[in-house]
Design a protein around this ligand. Structure first.
Ligand SMILES: [Zn+2]
Length: 198
């Protein structure tokens, strides 16, 4: 039986380690990379290493940055009285598009109820310091509307309640273009709870 060249096999194996990449996609990407000029292939490889070496969570808010504090924390135009708690930096990018102009705290942990770390392993010290400063009046929980997000939200809310802050969470509702008939029970219940004047 014919084998793939060792370096090609190795590239496929490495690509397979990435999330959402299955064997077929890994093979397609590897073959695509082989057709690139060497300089372009090197740009991709260098970008991976440079990002890994130079990007880290901001010590104040957890947003992925290459300067500490990050540009969001240094922005003096933002509202210091409102703090949005999100799971990942990618969530911040989405929330920024809405025009939200408060502060952030990013957990950077992919919490899973059945996963391998406990809630008390979360490093909430920077968050506690922020709450203790007295500047924050509202904490917005912007975690995913699933069981894991729910458990995490309750855990953080219980901690935040020790401080005089209003605790809110994103209203969850029906997706635009969605069909009530096909909405799952949790989504529909949240949509009813989060109803507004019309
Ligand atoms: Zn920051």
């Amino acid at each position: 039986m014919v084998r793939l060249a060792r370096p090609l096999e190795n590239l496929i194996d490495q690509l397979l380690r990435l999330p959402t990449i299955g064997p077929k996609t890994a093979q397609r990407l590897a073959l695509y990379i082989l057709k690139l000029p060497v300089d372009e292939a090197r740009l991709i490889a260098d970008a991976i290493v440079a990002a890994r070496e130079n990007v880290f969570p901001c010590s104040q808010c957890g947003y992925l940055t290459d300067t500490d504090p990050c540009s969001l924390c240094l922005d003096t135009q933002r509202d210091n009285s409102i703090l949005c708690i999100a799971k990942e930096s990618s969530d911040i990018i989405s929330i920024e598009r809405t025009g939200y102009n408060g502060r952030y705290f990013v957990l950077n942990k992919d919490f899973r109820l059945l996963g391998d770390y406990r809630l008390d392993e979360l490093d909430l010290k920077p968050l506690i310091d922020k709450l203790a400063s007295g500047e924050i009046k509202e904490v917005v929980l912007a975690l995913n509307p699933d069981i894991d997000g729910e458990v995490l939200s309750r855990y953080i809310a219980d901690m935040a309640r020790q401080y005089p802050v209003r605790i809110t969470r994103l209203a969850h509702g029906l997706p635009v273009g969605g069909d009530i008939e096909f909405a799952d029970e949790i989504t529909l219940r949240r949509a009813i709870e989060g109803r507004k004047d019309f």
